[in-house]
Design a protein around this ligand. Structure first.
Ligand code: UGY
Ligand code: MN
Length: 257
Protein backbone atom coordinates (compact mmCIF):
# COMPACT_ATOMS: atom_id res chain seq x y z
CA UNK A 1 0.00 0.00 0.00
CA UNK A 2 2.22 2.85 1.25
CA UNK A 3 1.63 6.55 0.57
CA UNK A 4 -1.80 7.07 -1.09
CA UNK A 5 -2.05 8.08 -4.76
CA UNK A 6 -5.08 10.30 -4.09
CA UNK A 7 -6.85 12.14 -1.27
CA UNK A 8 -7.94 9.80 1.52
CA UNK A 9 -11.63 8.95 1.28
CA UNK A 10 -14.02 6.19 2.35
CA UNK A 11 -17.45 4.85 1.35
CA UNK A 12 -18.04 3.43 4.82
CA UNK A 13 -20.79 4.95 6.97
CA UNK A 14 -21.13 4.18 10.67
CA UNK A 15 -24.27 5.12 12.59
CA UNK A 16 -23.93 3.34 15.94
CA UNK A 17 -26.96 1.17 16.69
CA UNK A 18 -28.80 2.30 13.56
CA UNK A 19 -26.93 0.98 10.54
CA UNK A 20 -23.46 0.69 9.07
CA UNK A 21 -21.99 0.21 5.64
CA UNK A 22 -18.48 -1.20 5.91
CA UNK A 23 -16.59 -1.17 2.61
CA UNK A 24 -13.78 -3.72 2.20
CA UNK A 25 -11.09 -1.09 1.52
CA UNK A 26 -10.98 0.05 5.15
CA UNK A 27 -10.85 -3.35 6.82
CA UNK A 28 -7.95 -4.14 9.11
CA UNK A 29 -6.62 -7.40 10.48
CA UNK A 30 -7.75 -8.23 14.02
CA UNK A 31 -5.70 -10.69 15.98
CA UNK A 32 -8.31 -13.11 17.28
CA UNK A 33 -7.05 -16.04 19.41
CA UNK A 34 -7.22 -19.33 17.50
CA UNK A 35 -6.94 -17.97 13.95
CA UNK A 36 -3.58 -18.72 12.37
CA UNK A 37 -2.46 -17.54 8.96
CA UNK A 38 -5.76 -15.71 8.43
CA UNK A 39 -6.76 -12.07 7.87
CA UNK A 40 -9.64 -11.60 10.31
CA UNK A 41 -11.87 -8.51 10.22
CA UNK A 42 -14.63 -8.09 12.75
CA UNK A 43 -17.68 -6.47 11.12
CA UNK A 44 -20.92 -6.15 13.13
CA UNK A 45 -20.42 -6.45 16.90
CA UNK A 46 -22.02 -5.20 20.14
CA UNK A 47 -19.67 -2.20 19.91
CA UNK A 48 -21.54 -1.20 16.77
CA UNK A 49 -24.92 -1.90 18.38
CA UNK A 50 -25.44 -5.42 17.00
CA UNK A 51 -26.42 -8.26 19.31
CA UNK A 52 -24.21 -10.65 17.30
CA UNK A 53 -20.65 -10.68 15.97
CA UNK A 54 -19.88 -11.06 12.24
CA UNK A 55 -16.45 -11.62 10.74
CA UNK A 56 -15.04 -11.71 7.21
CA UNK A 57 -11.96 -13.89 7.14
CA UNK A 58 -9.46 -14.56 4.39
CA UNK A 59 -7.78 -17.87 5.16
CA UNK A 60 -4.41 -17.97 3.46
CA UNK A 61 -2.90 -21.24 2.26
CA UNK A 62 -2.56 -23.42 5.38
CA UNK A 63 -4.79 -21.02 7.38
CA UNK A 64 -6.67 -22.66 10.26
CA UNK A 65 -8.28 -22.46 13.67
CA UNK A 66 -7.45 -25.50 15.80
CA UNK A 67 -8.29 -23.80 19.10
CA UNK A 68 -11.96 -23.78 18.11
CA UNK A 69 -14.65 -21.14 17.63
CA UNK A 70 -17.81 -21.01 19.78
CA UNK A 71 -18.66 -24.06 21.85
CA UNK A 72 -19.84 -22.16 24.93
CA UNK A 73 -23.11 -23.49 26.41
CA UNK A 74 -25.13 -20.49 25.19
CA UNK A 75 -23.34 -19.56 21.94
CA UNK A 76 -24.44 -20.57 18.44
CA UNK A 77 -22.21 -20.12 15.40
CA UNK A 78 -22.58 -20.07 11.61
CA UNK A 79 -19.99 -20.22 8.82
CA UNK A 80 -20.58 -19.55 5.09
CA UNK A 81 -17.92 -20.15 2.44
CA UNK A 82 -17.80 -17.10 0.15
CA UNK A 83 -14.90 -18.56 -1.87
CA UNK A 84 -12.59 -21.56 -1.78
CA UNK A 85 -12.66 -24.84 0.10
CA UNK A 86 -12.65 -25.23 3.88
CA UNK A 87 -12.69 -28.21 6.22
CA UNK A 88 -14.89 -27.54 9.23
CA UNK A 89 -14.83 -30.06 12.08
CA UNK A 90 -16.56 -30.53 15.39
CA UNK A 91 -15.41 -32.95 18.08
CA UNK A 92 -17.55 -35.61 16.29
CA UNK A 93 -17.48 -35.00 12.52
CA UNK A 94 -15.68 -33.36 9.61
CA UNK A 95 -17.27 -31.50 6.71
CA UNK A 96 -15.70 -30.25 3.47
CA UNK A 97 -17.36 -27.04 2.36
CA UNK A 98 -16.89 -25.39 -1.02
CA UNK A 99 -18.27 -22.02 -2.31
CA UNK A 100 -21.84 -21.67 -1.02
CA UNK A 101 -21.28 -24.29 1.68
CA UNK A 102 -22.35 -23.49 5.23
CA UNK A 103 -22.59 -24.95 8.72
CA UNK A 104 -24.58 -23.99 11.81
CA UNK A 105 -23.22 -25.22 15.15
CA UNK A 106 -25.68 -25.22 18.04
CA UNK A 107 -24.76 -24.03 21.54
CA UNK A 108 -22.10 -26.26 23.10
CA UNK A 109 -20.59 -27.38 19.76
CA UNK A 110 -17.18 -25.94 18.95
CA UNK A 111 -16.10 -25.61 15.32
CA UNK A 112 -12.55 -25.97 14.01
CA UNK A 113 -11.53 -24.77 10.53
CA UNK A 114 -8.81 -25.42 8.01
CA UNK A 115 -8.29 -23.95 4.55
CA UNK A 116 -8.01 -26.77 1.99
CA UNK A 117 -7.47 -24.48 -1.00
CA UNK A 118 -4.07 -24.01 -2.69
CA UNK A 119 -4.51 -20.27 -2.25
CA UNK A 120 -7.02 -18.18 -0.32
CA UNK A 121 -10.47 -19.14 0.96
CA UNK A 122 -12.90 -16.53 2.21
CA UNK A 123 -15.46 -17.20 4.96
CA UNK A 124 -18.25 -15.17 6.56
CA UNK A 125 -18.53 -16.14 10.21
CA UNK A 126 -21.13 -15.35 12.90
CA UNK A 127 -21.76 -15.93 16.58
CA UNK A 128 -24.63 -15.01 18.82
CA UNK A 129 -26.00 -15.78 22.28
CA UNK A 130 -28.73 -18.40 21.81
CA UNK A 131 -32.15 -17.69 23.32
CA UNK A 132 -33.72 -20.99 24.47
CA UNK A 133 -37.50 -21.39 24.39
CA UNK A 134 -39.22 -23.25 27.19
CA UNK A 135 -40.76 -26.53 26.06
CA UNK A 136 -38.88 -26.52 22.75
CA UNK A 137 -35.93 -28.81 22.02
CA UNK A 138 -32.43 -27.44 21.41
CA UNK A 139 -31.35 -26.64 17.84
CA UNK A 140 -29.15 -29.13 15.98
CA UNK A 141 -26.13 -28.97 13.67
CA UNK A 142 -27.14 -28.04 10.11
CA UNK A 143 -24.91 -28.08 7.04
CA UNK A 144 -25.57 -27.72 3.33
CA UNK A 145 -24.75 -25.73 0.22
CA UNK A 146 -26.74 -22.73 -0.97
CA UNK A 147 -26.21 -23.87 -4.58
CA UNK A 148 -28.44 -26.89 -3.80
CA UNK A 149 -31.30 -24.85 -2.30
CA UNK A 150 -34.00 -23.77 -4.76
CA UNK A 151 -34.68 -20.05 -4.92
CA UNK A 152 -38.25 -19.08 -3.96
CA UNK A 153 -40.02 -16.05 -5.39
CA UNK A 154 -40.11 -13.21 -2.85
CA UNK A 155 -43.59 -11.79 -2.35
CA UNK A 156 -44.68 -13.23 -5.70
CA UNK A 157 -41.88 -11.48 -7.64
CA UNK A 158 -39.84 -13.64 -9.99
CA UNK A 159 -37.11 -10.95 -10.19
CA UNK A 160 -36.40 -11.15 -6.44
CA UNK A 161 -35.78 -14.52 -4.81
CA UNK A 162 -34.96 -15.91 -1.38
CA UNK A 163 -33.27 -19.01 -0.02
CA UNK A 164 -33.54 -20.12 3.62
CA UNK A 165 -30.35 -21.80 4.84
CA UNK A 166 -31.68 -23.05 8.20
CA UNK A 167 -34.87 -24.93 9.13
CA UNK A 168 -37.97 -22.92 9.94
CA UNK A 169 -38.38 -24.56 13.35
CA UNK A 170 -38.92 -22.92 16.76
CA UNK A 171 -35.74 -24.61 18.00
CA UNK A 172 -33.87 -21.95 15.98
CA UNK A 173 -33.86 -18.33 17.16
CA UNK A 174 -32.40 -16.99 13.91
CA UNK A 175 -32.01 -17.90 10.26
CA UNK A 176 -29.60 -17.15 7.45
CA UNK A 177 -31.02 -16.29 4.04
CA UNK A 178 -29.73 -15.32 0.63
CA UNK A 179 -31.62 -12.69 -1.35
CA UNK A 180 -31.01 -12.39 -5.09
CA UNK A 181 -32.23 -9.51 -7.26
CA UNK A 182 -32.09 -9.38 -11.05
CA UNK A 183 -30.80 -6.03 -12.36
CA UNK A 184 -33.62 -3.50 -11.90
CA UNK A 185 -35.42 -5.54 -9.24
CA UNK A 186 -36.23 -4.12 -5.81
CA UNK A 187 -37.88 -4.92 -2.48
CA UNK A 188 -41.69 -4.72 -2.54
CA UNK A 189 -41.60 -1.97 0.12
CA UNK A 190 -39.22 -0.26 2.54
CA UNK A 191 -39.13 -2.50 5.59
CA UNK A 192 -39.21 -1.29 9.19
CA UNK A 193 -38.90 -4.18 11.66
CA UNK A 194 -37.61 -5.05 15.09
CA UNK A 195 -35.14 -7.68 13.82
CA UNK A 196 -31.48 -6.94 13.09
CA UNK A 197 -29.46 -8.02 10.06
CA UNK A 198 -25.80 -8.48 9.26
CA UNK A 199 -25.51 -8.76 5.46
CA UNK A 200 -22.49 -9.60 3.28
CA UNK A 201 -22.82 -8.75 -0.42
CA UNK A 202 -21.87 -11.72 -2.56
CA UNK A 203 -22.36 -10.18 -6.03
CA UNK A 204 -23.54 -7.20 -8.03
CA UNK A 205 -24.25 -3.55 -7.33
CA UNK A 206 -27.22 -1.76 -5.86
CA UNK A 207 -28.59 1.29 -4.17
CA UNK A 208 -29.59 0.50 -0.61
CA UNK A 209 -32.04 2.51 1.46
CA UNK A 210 -30.85 2.70 5.05
CA UNK A 211 -32.69 5.06 7.40
CA UNK A 212 -34.21 6.65 4.27
CA UNK A 213 -30.83 7.50 2.70
CA UNK A 214 -30.09 5.90 -0.69
CA UNK A 215 -26.54 4.53 -0.58
CA UNK A 216 -24.59 2.81 -3.39
CA UNK A 217 -23.38 -0.66 -2.40
CA UNK A 218 -21.52 -3.45 -4.16
CA UNK A 219 -19.98 -6.92 -3.88
CA UNK A 220 -17.89 -7.41 -0.73
CA UNK A 221 -19.60 -4.60 1.20
CA UNK A 222 -21.02 -5.41 4.63
CA UNK A 223 -24.21 -3.84 5.95
CA UNK A 224 -25.40 -3.85 9.55
CA UNK A 225 -29.09 -3.01 9.91
CA UNK A 226 -30.18 -2.28 13.46
CA UNK A 227 -33.69 -2.73 14.86
CA UNK A 228 -36.37 -0.69 13.05
CA UNK A 229 -34.03 0.95 10.57
CA UNK A 230 -35.72 1.51 7.20
CA UNK A 231 -34.26 -0.86 4.63
CA UNK A 232 -34.75 -1.86 0.97
CA UNK A 233 -32.74 -1.81 -2.23
CA UNK A 234 -32.73 -1.57 -6.00
CA UNK A 235 -30.31 -3.76 -7.95
CA UNK A 236 -28.44 -1.76 -10.59
CA UNK A 237 -25.74 -2.59 -13.11
CA UNK A 238 -25.52 -5.74 -15.22
CA UNK A 239 -25.11 -8.51 -12.67
CA UNK A 240 -27.47 -9.99 -10.13
CA UNK A 241 -27.22 -8.42 -6.69
CA UNK A 242 -27.13 -10.99 -3.93
CA UNK A 243 -26.35 -11.04 -0.24
CA UNK A 244 -26.26 -13.53 2.60
CA UNK A 245 -27.71 -12.22 5.86
CA UNK A 246 -28.83 -13.18 9.34
CA UNK A 247 -32.22 -12.45 10.85
CA UNK A 248 -33.44 -13.19 14.37
CA UNK A 249 -36.77 -15.02 14.42
CA UNK A 250 -39.15 -17.26 16.37
CA UNK A 251 -38.89 -15.33 19.64
CA UNK A 252 -41.04 -12.65 21.26
CA UNK A 253 -39.50 -9.23 21.99
CA UNK A 254 -37.98 -8.84 25.47
CA UNK A 255 -39.51 -6.33 27.88
CA UNK A 256 -36.21 -5.57 29.55
CA UNK A 257 -33.22 -3.76 27.94
O1 UGY B 1 -35.87 -10.76 5.61
C1 UGY B 1 -35.76 -9.55 5.62
O2 UGY B 1 -36.15 -8.86 6.56
C2 UGY B 1 -35.13 -8.89 4.40
N1 UGY B 1 -36.10 -8.77 3.35
N2 UGY B 1 -34.51 -7.64 4.72
C3 UGY B 1 -33.64 -7.02 3.88
O3 UGY B 1 -33.38 -7.53 2.79
N3 UGY B 1 -33.09 -5.89 4.28
MN1 MN C 1 -35.22 -6.90 6.68
Amino acid sequence: MGYPKDLLSSRSIIKQGLYALIAPEGLVNNSVPGFENCYVSILGSPRLGASFVDYIITMYEGGKNTRGFGGEEDVETFLYVVDGKVKVSTDEEEYELTQGGYIYCPPGTKMYMENLEKGDSKIFLYKQTYKPLEGVSAPWLVTGNANDIPEEEYDGMKEMRIQDLLPTDFAFDMNFHILTFDPGACHPFIETHVQEHGAYLLSGEGVYNLDNEWIPVKKDDYIFMGPYVQQACYAVGREKLSYVYSKDCNRDADLKK
